[in-house]
Ligand binder design. Structure first.
Ligand SMILES: *[C@@H]1O[C@H](CO)[C@@H](O)[C@H](O)[C@H]1NC(C)=O
Ligand SMILES: *[C@@H]1O[C@H](CO)[C@@H](O)[C@H](O)[C@H]1NC(C)=O
Ligand SMILES: *[C@@H]1O[C@H](CO)[C@@H](O)[C@H](O)[C@H]1NC(C)=O
Ligand SMILES: *[C@@H]1O[C@H](CO)[C@@H](O)[C@H](O)[C@H]1NC(C)=O
Length: 370
């Protein structure tokens, strides 16, 4: 078992820029919370009301060869983490698991596409004029976990032993709290004041998991929003100085992501001091993704990092009237040459690259595999 794990990791970490000879921690299961960045099927099991196309090809075409509810052509970061730790299978969506004892030696995924870190009441109280994709916010997912816990482990001692070998992934979550508002026209100055609330919700969830027995936790930050195709297409600017000349991304939205991430890192440090026995790892998804925009061809992304592989046309291949999978959309021939899959989410190839940066360094702090 160990040898197999080691060889897998060597494969993993040899293929990233830095080679590290490290003995990994051996996790026997993963418990994940989040949104469409890591949902492996919950939203589809709910009927995918706001985005039924996720239940159709080309979603899933590259790896699974059929739609699984993942918002990509193939595997997600959480799937690559499950592979790196040699888990028996990819994480099943919670809503498809009838009995927790069946997934004890593997883990379970509570993430739901569209989920926010803050409760839906927060958004509805502001009379936003639109509905969220889902009401299954982080607190709802935590509630599911609390209920499910009794079928994963039994006595206090058993749960302690079990959770010592379980990796908890808390996110990425929080991005939607901003996306929904920015894409409905809110300005950065209007949204900046909610950053401490969003971070507070993530940190509260993390501390609640520690109180429930988690000792190994990864909390990812936000991606560079200003590089996301949906932002580039919908908040396009005619002023060239709004774009970062090194990567072509919208400077103000990238600064906003960094602002969120700095807040999150600060609050996680407070949490580390409060819970010295827990290992709380910050995963820098921003830093792991940015090289894809700086030097896409270096990593094999010949399709251009700021054009969606699958979409309804236009300069970014993103059109609100024909999302990927809708009539009128087309998918590129070779998704692995593209960073962006459907305007909002990454391709499997980009997720693999980001996962490597987090697993093998340098984009996890402390490193995920010391
Ligand atoms: C869950 O599975 C275990 C082991 O297979 C079994 O003992 C238990 O009765 C099951 N629980 C339910 C609620 O089906
Ligand atoms: C979420 O809750 C609101 C208010 O209770 C409701 O109107 C809406 O239909 C719910 N949305 C979903 C996707 O379930
Ligand atoms: C986080 O928890 C604290 C203490 O329980 C509470 O006062 C605060 O409202 C919570 N914040 C969020 C955003 O849920
Ligand atoms: C372009 O944006 C810069 C700063 O982002 C600003 O100083 C400048 O006035 C803008 N130019 C125009 C033509 O709006």
């Amino acid at each position: 078992m160990m040898i197999k794990v080691m060889s897998l990791l060597l494969f993993w970490c040899f293929t990233s820029q830095t080679v590290s000879l490290i003995i990994p921690r051996r996790y026997e299961s993963i418990i994940n919370f989040g949104n469409s960045i890591s949902d492996t099927g919950n939203y589809l099991l709910m009927g995918a009301p706001a985005y039924p196309a996720v239940g159709k090809l080309p979603y899933g075409e590259t790896f699974f060869k059929h739609p699984t509810g993942r918002f990509s052509d193939g595997r997600l970061i959480v799937d690559f983490i499950a592979e790196a730790f040699d888990l028996p299978s990819y994480l099943p969506p919670y809503l498809g698991v009838a009995n927790g004892s069946h997934v004890r030696n593997n883990g379970v995924n509570f993430a739901v596409a569209g989920a926010t870190a803050l409760d839906p009441e927060f958004f509805y109280a502001q009379n936003i004029g639109w509905t969220l994709w889902t009401n299954s916010s982080l607190n709802v997912q935590l509630g599911w976990f609390k209920k499910f816990k009794s079928s994963l482990c039994h006595t206090k001692h058993d749960c302690e032993e079990y959770f010592r070998k379980t990796l908890f992934l808390v996110g990425e979550i929080g991005g939607n709290d901003y996306n929904f508002q920015f894409l409905a026209g809110a300005t950065i100055d209007q949204i900046r004041p909610i950053v401490p609330l969003v971070v507070g919700a993530i940190v509260n969830a993390t501390s609640m998991l520690i109180e429930e027995g988690a000792t190994e936790l990864v909390v990812p930050g936000n991606f560079p929003l200003g590089c996301s195709v949906v932002y580039l297409a919908l908040v396009e600017s005619t002023n060239q100085s709004d774009y970062d000349p090194t990567n072509g991304c919208l400077k103000a939205y990238n600064s906003f992501s960094e602002y969120h991430n700095e807040h999150l890192k600060r609050e996680l440090q407070v949490l580390r001091e409060k819970y010295p026995n827990a290992r709380i790892i910050y995963a820098d998804y921003y830093g792991a993704a940015i090289p894809l925009y700086l030097a896409p061809k270096l990593y094999g992304f010949y399709g251009g990092p700021r054009i969606a592989c699958c979409g309804g046309g236009g300069p970014y291949n993103y059109d609100l009237s024909a999302w990927c999978g809708d009539p009128g959309s087309t998918a590129c021939e070779n998704p692995s040459a593209f960073v962006n899959w459907d305007g909002i989410h990454f391709t499997e190839a980009a997720y693999r690259y980001i996962a490597q940066g987090v697993l093998c360094g340098p984009h996890a702090s402390p490193p995920l595999m010391p």
